[in-house]
Design a binder for this molecule. Structure first.
Ligand code: 3PG
Length: 223
């Protein structure tokens, strides 16, 4: 325990925004898959209009890094992070694009080490106790739980809270307006991520006000 506590302090001291602060900035983290850079600002603005400010742009499209740069440059009020960061190179490139944090669906020792050496918060992903123990060994106490619904959901996270009461999670994967409160009711869940706030259909129709509406609905639901 003392080793991990020491490492955690080292990590949070060097990162611009600590994971603890990040996890306290809002209960809902929109997970974005943006293909066209022209959609970046309208999507981010529609989210910000609701009052949500933490955004995760997944590195799943060729334009994702350019999208992060665009939002970081033009909307400094947004707390913009990169998602689907699966290796050290992607972590570095996310930081260079202007990401203030990075989230991974999983973890490797290489990525955990790169996160320790870097200056933006890395939130590694886990879906098993052994992965969690690897994360703790490297000093991480704020993690993503992914894929949440497929990996046991609320019951699994509640059970993990027994042996690991000090670890905080941001679950994602299958979370939506109907089940988010079940997750947020757990003491070890600080916030939840999800793509339901910005659907492919909405982006296709450029129906930006629908994004604000969905965000407002989610905020009202989680009050
Ligand atoms: C993620 O990367 O966090 C997930 O793809 C989000 O999962 P969802 O699409 O089920 O919300």
């Amino acid at each position: 325990m003392s080793l991990s506590n020491q490492s955690i302090n080292q990590l949070t001291n060097q990162w611009q925004i600590s994971p603890k602060v990040l996890f306290s900035m809002g209960k809902i983290v929109p997970v974005l898959v943006i293909k066209d850079i022209a959609d970046a600002l309208p999507i981010a603005e529609a989210i910000l209009q609701s009052g949500l400010k933490v955004l995760e742009v997944t590195l799943r499209t060729p334009s994702a890094l350019a999208v992060i740069k665009e939002i970081a440059t033009h909307l400094p009020q947004a707390i913009i992070g990169a998602g689907t960061v699966t290796n050290a190179d992607m972590l570095q490139r996310s930081r260079e694009a202007g990401a203030q944090f990075a989230i991974s669906p999983g973890l490797t020792k290489d990525l955990l080490q790169a996160g320790q050496a870097g200056d933006i918060a890395l939130i590694p992903g886990i879906s098993s106790i052994s992965e969690l123990m690897d994360g703790i060994d490297y000093g991480y106490d704020h993690l993503k739980f992914f894929p949440a619904e497929a990996s046991g959901g609320v019951k699994a996270i509640k059970s993990i809270g027994g042996p690991f009461p000090d670890i905080k999670f941001c679950p994602t994967g299958g979370i939506n307006i109907n089940n988010i409160n079940d997750y947020l009711a757990l003491p070890n869940v600080a916030c939840c991520g999800g793509s339901w706030l910005v659907t492919d259909e909405i982006v296709k129709n450029k129906d930006w006000s629908a994004i604000t509406k969905l965000c407002n609905e989610a905020i009202a639901q989680t009050k």
